[in-house]
Design a protein around this ligand. Structure first.
Ligand code: FES
Length: 385
């Protein structure tokens, strides 16, 4: 049935007559799709199915080539999941055993994920190009929202598009596309929830977010300040006379129990919340201390976490003229003479201060771990600022 067979017009004074609800119920999907086109002022000039005779060898070949892309997407998706979940990702320094595997982690995860998305996209495009009918349509433009009939018939149009491509009887494409989309969705889902699996609060007050490598492993353990010479097991401890007034040095924790243990020493240098800026102010520089933390410094020496409280970049720049510490990522500035409180930029809380002193041998040591959590704020931080 063609709506143009009906006399009169029910659409904006021209075009096809609006069918009654009863007529609408009786219409086949084909008729509804054609009605949808007519209601949209679309004239279908030419419509020819790609494979008018079902089951030809050409059709099967086209079907297999589309399914091949979905199969590639499925395999790449499974490979992505495997690499993401099981490939060793822990940091290894160049030259260490396992470095090659570590270096391959990002390329493998990114490459398989990219291939999965690419193959899925190419498969969809190939399906449309190979099976959608060749059609030439002309549509007149008109304003305003679509009416009820138009909305209903659009769905029929979509259903007809599916019919025209014969998707119902193309089980190979349906299965391969379903597998590819399913694996892809599974990968996205796992990537989204994987970071929630590890409980950051395990260990209570000793949980990773509350403590750093400066925390003594047992009561009374001495944790020294050391510099990084580029060789993990070459220990260079820091003494006050080593540093010029108005300068800054980056230091890391060192404990005697780790001497000679290159792996533990390397890990202490790499741990992300360990780096500390040891700043020596010029003599006589006026300083404002935080209440209750007047003993955190040693003379003109102040030790602040190097991890920016905005998004965690290293705040590596110390300007001696203004006593400001700068974070190069988003230009936050902290004032070293006022407990490293932020004075410019997006950072909202002070850089945590490490309590330090000098021991009997004349070396800098930490008196305890930081009093505040390191790095960017998080929900549970509460009043710990
Ligand atoms: S991370 Fe330092 S300002 Fe953004």
């Amino acid at each position: 049935m063609s709506i143009s067979e009906h006399p009169g017009s029910g659409h904006a004074g021209s075009g096809p007559r609006t069918p009654t609800p009863a007529e609408l119920e009786d219409m086949t999907p084909d008729q509804l799709a054609r009605l949808a086109a007519e209601l949209d002022d679309v004239e279908i000039v030419h419509n020819a199915k790609k494979f008018p005779v079902p089951g030809t060898r050409a059709e099967k070949r086209a079907e297999r080539s589309v399914a091949l892309w979905f199969a590639i997407a499925t395999i790449a998706g499974i490979a992505f999941l495997g690499f993401y979940l099981f490939w060793p990702f822990e940091y290894k320094a160049p030259g260490d055993p396992g470095y090659l595997a570590y270096a391959l982690y990002n390329p493998l995860v990114g490459g398989t994920f990219g291939l999965s998305v690419l193959a899925l996209g190419v498969g969809i495009i190939a399906y449309v190009k190979k099976f959608f009918p060749d059609e030439v349509s002309v549509q007149q433009r008109h304003d305003g929202p679509s009416d009820e009939i138009s909305r209903k018939t659009v769905l029929a149009q979509l259903a007809k598009a599916g019919q025209d491509t014969g998707i119902a009887r193309r089980s190979l494409i349906k299965r391969s596309a379903g597998a590819a989309a399913g694996i892809f969705g599974l990968g996205l889902g796992i990537a989204a929830i994987a970071p929630l699996v590890r409980n950051p609060w395990k260990g209570g007050p000793k949980a990773a977010l509350w403590t750093t490598g400066w925390a003594p492993n047992f009561p009374g353990e001495v944790v020294y300040l050391r510099r990084d010479t580029g060789v993990a097991d070459e220990i260079s401890l820091v003494r006050p006379e080593d540093q010029d007034a108005g300068s800054m040095e980056t230091v890391f924790p060192f404990r005697e129990s780790e001497r000679g243990n290159a792996e533990a020493l390397g890990a202490a240098l790499r741990r992300s919340d360990n780096p500390v800026m040891l700043i020596r102010l010029r003599p006589g520089t006026p300083v404002i201390q935080r209440a209750g933390r007047e003993t955190f410094h040693y003379g003109d020496y102040y030790a602040y976490s190097k991890v920016c409280t905005h998004l965690g970049c290293p705040t590596s720049l110390f300007e001696a003229q203004t006593n400001r510490i700068l974070c190069p990522c988003h230009q936050s500035q902290f004032i070293a003479t006022e407990y490293a409180k932020p004075v410019f930029g997006p950072a909202a809380r002070a850089l945590p201060e490490l309590p330090i002193t000098v021991n009997n041998e004349g070396y800098f040591v930490a008196r305890s771990d930081f009093a505040d959590p390191i790095g960017p704020a998080f929900w549970e931080l509460g009043g710990n600022t």
